[in-house]
Design a binder for this molecule. Structure first.
Ligand SMILES: Nc1ncnc2c1ncn2[C@@H]1O[C@H](COP(=O)(O)OP(=O)(O)OP(=O)(O)O)[C@@H](O)[C@H]1O
Ligand SMILES: [Mg+2]
Length: 324
């Protein structure tokens, strides 16, 4: 079992090393767009420029925006495109530095301690050093990101920053300023090559200015018609072209309505997949009513879109894509 894991890790490492691209391969904003497109990620010029500059200047990129607009996905796409390991730190309320950096494996330490007592092997001082060595350390995302990785510096995704609290933000500020973390028993560990850092937030609260100042910033908005159509072409290839245009036009029209939660790109893709599963060839009020749960996730919004409303928005959408 352990051998299988080692083999898998070695294979993954070989993959990264083979595909790992140096930053010299990213010379222009168009290079960023092309690399992301190869991974099925459609990136507008403004976002590509922000990412390009973050890569070239070695600065963290802070992405804020509406839910489901591709903030998390861009980190996955750039990691895959550059052949780097993606290390994800998912933020949540109460996340502390131990869970983010490293924890001691107490159970293993206790076993080693008991074994030492029985065998009376190691001396007190030596035993302490042994117990607080890498062998008993469980590395969490921030520490992993400071370690050298096959293929080059990893992509560190710090996802949904707005879910953490101010003390963790302050801690992160320190880690991202010097690309180093401190473990009291081991000392400070500094990254030889800084990771590529992408932070995301849904802006449920404002992230402190001090942290934002360390980063380049980009707002990720809903895509316009053309870009959303390109995203559907990349992520729901089988959808017929005309239906795809109707879907995008309908979602774009829906976003102009007064809804509690507007559909993101993720919902557009989900909806397209539902329509494919139902073999729908065109939108109709009935098809929309049957599949609305893929687009809208609040009962109030679904209730608001009763039959006549859906028909009105569908007409509006069709008018928007009708040839002039
Ligand atoms: N520009 C894009 N190109 C290709 N796919 C995209 C794009 N934007 C979004 N998607 C698709 O939408 C899905 C949702 O994107 P993602 O999870 O990155 O959104 P998010 O902004 O992180 O949302 P949340 O704020 O809810 O976490 C992805 O799985 C991806 O398939
Ligand atoms: Mg996300």
């Amino acid at each position: 079992m352990a051998r299988g894991r080692v083999k898998r890790a070695a294979r993954a490492a070989a993959g990264y090393a083979r595909r790992g691209r140096a930053m010299e391969h990213v010379k222009t904003i168009e290079d960023v767009q092309r690399l992301l497109a190869e991974e099925g990620y459609v990136c507008g010029r403004a976002l590509a420029t922000a990412l390009f500059l973050a890569l070239r200047l070695g600065r963290p990129l802070f992405l804020e925006g509406e839910p489901g607009t591709g903030k998390t996905e861009i980190a996955k796409a750039i990691a895959a495109a550059l052949g780097r390991r993606l290390i994800r730190l998912q933020c949540y309320e109460g996340l502390d530095s131990a869970s983010a950096v490293a924890e001691w494996n107490f159970a293993a330490q206790m076993i080693a301690l008991r074994a030492a007592e029985v065998g009376k092997t190691a001396e007190g001082g030596a035993l302490k050093d042994q117990l607080f060595s890498d062998e008993f350390l469980i590395e969490r995302p921030l520490l992993q990101a400071m370690r050298p990785q096959p293929g080059g510096a990893p992509v560190l995704l710090i996802d949904e920053m707005d879910r953490t609290d101010a003390p963790f933000e302050a801690f992160l500020l320190e880690a991202l300023s010097d690309y180093q973390v401190t473990i009291p028993e081991l000392g400070t560990i500094k990254a030889e090559t800084p990771p590529i850092v992408i932070l995301t937030s849904n802006r449920t609260r404002e992230v402190h200015d001090a942290l934002k100042r360390r980063c380049l910033y980009a707002w990720v908005d809903y895509p316009d018609f053309e870009r959303e159509a390109q995203i559907l072409a990349a992520r729901a290839r089988e959808l017929p072209a005309q239906l795809s245009r109707e879907v995008v036009a309908f979602v774009q029209a829906l976003r102009t309505e007064d809804l509690f939660k507007k559909p993101g790109v993720a919902e557009t893709i989900d909806w397209a997949k539902c329509l494919l599963a139902l073999d729908a060839v065109a939108l109709s009020p009935q098809v929309i009513a049957d599949t609305l749960g893929a687009l809208l996730k609040y009962q109030d919004d679904i209730a608001r879109l009763n039959n006549s409303e859906a028909t009105r928005i569908l007409d509006q959408a069709r008018a928007a894509i009708a040839p002039a």
